[in-house]
Design a protein around this ligand. Structure first.
Ligand code: ZN
Length: 175
């Protein structure tokens, strides 16, 4: 996981997101409305969202959690099923691969006692402050209270991933 810089959107797309957020806010069932509106993505705004997230990612549209696979879906850091008010918030969007998004994170979102996320958000903080990768074990190790929950929820120590990271580690240490 690498620190990412969030890029700016056009005024049109920000207005589009604000309109959808307003629609969720006034709905008697915000969760259902967020889910319904989320399915409507065939428009210019979503094209720009996907392109901008692709540019923010490290490498070519890499998953922002594992960096191992192509980021194929817009990921809500704060899950939209639990926090529908953040369903159309640009600051809440990352891109993730289907394994990180669907097999691992899903709607898991641990919070600390003060209500702050216990997961590392690579667009808001330096992942190295919370996680380190050990080339000798091929595994991520926690460096802060966010370390273990992030490793667990994002599945960062899954076997296929640590093998890939190991190869990367070998490649960079031999060069
Ligand atoms: Zn991933």
């Amino acid at each position: 996981m690498k620190r990412l810089k969030r890029l700016d959107l056009s005024t049109e797309t920000l207005t589009f997101l604000r309109d959808r957020s307003d629609g969720v806010a006034v709905s008697p069932d915000p969760r259902a409305e967020a889910a319904r509106l989320w399915r409507q993505q065939s428009n210019k705004a979503f094209q720009e969202l996907r392109e901008t997230l692709g540019k923010m990612a490290s490498g070519l549209e890499r998953c922002m959690y594992c960096e191992d696979s192509e980021g194929t879906a817009i990921e809500h850091f704060w899950p939209k099923s639990v926090y529908p008010e953040r369903a159309f918030d640009w600051l809440n969007y990352l891109i993730a691969c289907s394994r990180c998004n669907s097999n691992f994170k899903r709607d898991q979102f641990p919070l600390d006692a003060a209500g702050a996320p216990l997961l590392v958000n690579p667009s808001e903080e330096e992942p190295l402050d919370h996680l380190s990768f050990s080339p000798s074990t091929g595994r991520f190790e926690p460096r802060s209270p966010k370390g273990d929950p992030s490793i667990d929820v994002f599945g960062l120590n899954r076997t296929t991933l640590t093998k890939g990271e190991l190869l990367l580690g070998q490649a960079s240490s031999s060069s």
